[in-house]
Structures are given as structure tokens and as C-alpha cells.
Design a protein around this ligand. Structure first.
Ligand SMILES: Nc1nc2c(c(=O)[nH]1)N[C@H]1C(S)=C(S)[C@@H](COP(=O)(O)O)O[C@H]1N2
Ligand SMILES: [Mo]
Length: 316
């Protein structure tokens, strides 16, 4: 599904960022200025680290034909139960979360395990901007210009062994900074997993930013998974541990309600959630619903990973 490629130097920001985003950003800056003066701030993306810019980000062809969801929506309508179960909770409560310093423990079935500082995890790789659709299991979706690096390139550096069939991920546990973790909303810490070939697929990235800036706290600072063909909950936020394992690892929502949320959770309009249809979705910021596409529109790249599997009844 590769679309026309333009050299990074050919693409001006004005060509890749729809006008609505600029307008929205101006509105954000205005509100932020007012908030700085001490006014109340219902719509401030609280966790945004003052919009620290990321430099040296290569443009890619991914999603160049898409209309971006506004940064305001993406940073104020979130699922991040560590900060509370309401969509507004993360932007309200993530402001005091400290994503620096950060390190990630890499362990399990690999030749080079270790505890890696955030910079050492990321800096050997070239940062890319990729515009991906994110489809939540709750039937809404967004289009987000992520900044990140292919997970597969990172994985290779740790030299996983032949019997490592899955990769397990774990979110940080910090009840002092994450008020949602002070209650048993979920079985903390949040965990997720991918099969090794899913983790190595070129579409899968470790996201460290969005809209050209470092990852806002409410979106999973400083590093999260982005797996665009799966329901949003597979894209685990604020990762502190990556483990190579032989057997299918635990996954938080799958464990919570196995008949509702499968381990694979590939976006699938033909498989209803037991309590609602997955046929259509509402793009945040749009009025009319649109059809949900198999594998969230990425079938060409990933459908072959599931050849012969029962994606409705067993391997959903
Ligand atoms: N640790 C953690 N990761 C998480 C979640 C969460 O509650 N905790 N929510 C998931 C869900 S359901 C979705 S839809 C996406 C939302 O990402 P966004 O807020 O950046 O849009 O994050 C996913 N990652
Ligand atoms: Mo979600």
C-alpha cells in the first residue's frame, strides 16, 4: 500500500499538516497562555511537556492521504486507565507524571538482555513520522502523525533466540504519579503481547512522539507501542519492560474479559464485540460514521500473518 514518496526535503510542513491542525494548535497555544496566567483550563492537554520539538524526523509515505485528527482531540480524549477510566482523566491527571529519566528492561529469551536508558534504546535509530489510523475497540478512531522507530529494528539488537515466539510488554507501575493505579480498575501493571512476527512486521513501531513533538504524557510518554491494524488497547503505553517469551503472554484486557477481547484483537468489522457491532466507527471530529475496514485498512500488509486462522471464533 505504498503511496507516492516525496524526499523529506521536498515536503513542507504546510503540505503535510492540514490547516485545521494549525488552527487547532494556535487555539491550544492561546489557551495555554491563558492557563499560564492562572485561569481554569478544561481543555488543556495537561501532560503535554510544553510541546518539546523532535528534530531530525524523516517523513514517510505512510498515511499521506489522510486528514489528521486535531492535536487537541488526540491529547484530550484518551484511554489510559492508569490516570482514570474517563476519556478526560488522562489529560487532567497526567501532568505530574515524570517520563524522564526513563529506562526499559529487556529480558527473557535473547542473547543480549539488559536495562537500557531511553536514549540508548532510541538514538541508534532514525526517527520517522508515520501517519496511522488508530481504531479503538469502542468504535471511534483517530488519525495521528506518530514519530517513532520500527520495533523490529530495536528487537534485533537484543538478538532474540529461536524459541522466542512472543514479545511481552509491561507499563510502568507508579501509583504515586498515576492515580488510576491507586484503585483496582485493572490488574496492574497493564501488560500486552504480540506474536514475534507481528512485533517484527514493518508496520509496528515504538512511538516516542506525535505531531513532531515528544509524546504527551496522556498518550503514553515516553515510549509506547503503535500497532495500527489492531484495536487500540494492544498499543500499550509508557513501556518499562520488553520480554522475549516462548508462550503467549498475558494481556490485560484479554485477561479482564476473554470473550470480549481476544489476544490478537485485529480490527475486524465481521466480528462483533459481544455488546456492540464493530462494522462502523466514528472518526473523532467527524459527524457521520464510516465503515470499519478489515485490519483497519492495513490488510495488504498484514492479512497473510493470519492465514488459516479462525479470526471470528477462536483467534479474534
Ligand atoms: N498502559 C496503558 N496502555 C493503553 C491503555 C491503557 O489504559 N493503559 N489504553 C489503550 C487503549 S484502549 C487505546 S484506544 C489507546 C489509546 O491511545 P491514545 O490515548 O494515545 O489515543 O491506548 C491503549 N494503551
Ligand atoms: Mo481502545
Amino acid at each position: 500500500m505504498l503511496i507516492r514518496f516525496a524526499k523529506p526535503s521536498d515536503v513542507k510542513p504546510s503540505e503535510i499538516t492540514p490547516r485545521s491542525v494549525y488552527l487547532d494548535r494556535r487555539a491550544f497555544l492561546r489557551t495555554a497562555a491563558v492557563a499560564g496566567a492562572g485561569a481554569m483550563l478544561p481543555l488543556i492537554p495537561g501532560g503535554a511537556q510544553a510541546g518539546e520539538k523532535l528534530s531530525d524526523v524523516a517523513k514517510t509515505p505512510y498515511g499521506q492521504d489522510e486528514t489528521l485528527t486535531s492535536m487537541m482531540s488526540v491529547t484530550s480524549y484518551n484511554n489510559f486507565y492508569e490516570f482514570g477510566p474517563d476519556k478526560r482523566d488522562p489529560s487532567r491527571h497526567a501532568g505530574d507524571f515524570k517520563p524522564k529519566p526513563w529506562s526499559v528492561k529487556v529480558d527473557g529469551l535473547c542473547a543480549k538482555p539488559g536495562e537500557v536508558a531511553f536514549d540508548d534504546l532510541i538514538s541508534p535509530h532514525k526517527l520517522e513520522e508515520r501517519i496511522y489510523r488508530l481504531r479503538c475497540v469502542e468504535a471511534w478512531s483517530m488519525v495521528i502523525p506518530w514519530v517513532g522507530i520500527p520495533l523490529g529494528d530495536v528487537i534485533k539488537r537484543f538478538e532474540p533466540l529461536g524459541d522466542a515466539k512472543f514479545v511481552a510488554f509491561e507499563t510502568v507501575m507508579r501509583p504515586d504519579e498515576m492515580i488510576g493505579q491507586q484503585r483496582p480498575l485493572l490488574n496492574w501493571p497493564y501488560v500486552e503481547g504480540l506474536r514475534m512476527d507481528e512485533a517484527m512486521n514493518p508496520l509496528t513501531i515504538l512511538g516516542i512522539g506525535m505531531y513532531g513533538e515528544v509524546m504527551p504524557n496522556q498518550n503514553g510518554a515516553p515510549v509506547r507501542l503503535v500497532v495500527p491494524w489492531k484495536y487500540g488497547f494492544k498499543s500499550i503505553k509508557s513501556i518499562v519492560r520488553i520480554s522475549f517469551v516462548a508462550d503467549q503472554p498475558r494481556a490485560t484486557w484479554n485477561e479482564q474479559a476473554p470473550h470480549e477481547y481476544g489476544f490478537y484483537s485485529n480490527v475486524n468489522p465481521d466480528r462483533d464485540h459481544p455488546r456492540w457491532s464493530q462494522r462502523r466507527e466514528r472518526r473523532i471530529g467527524e459527524l457521520l460514521k464510516r465503515d470499519t475496514l478489515p485490519f483497519n485498512g492495513y490488510a495488504e500488509e498484514v492479512a497473510q500473518l493470519y492465514a488459516g486462522m479462525d479470526l471470528i471464533n477462536k483467534d479474534f
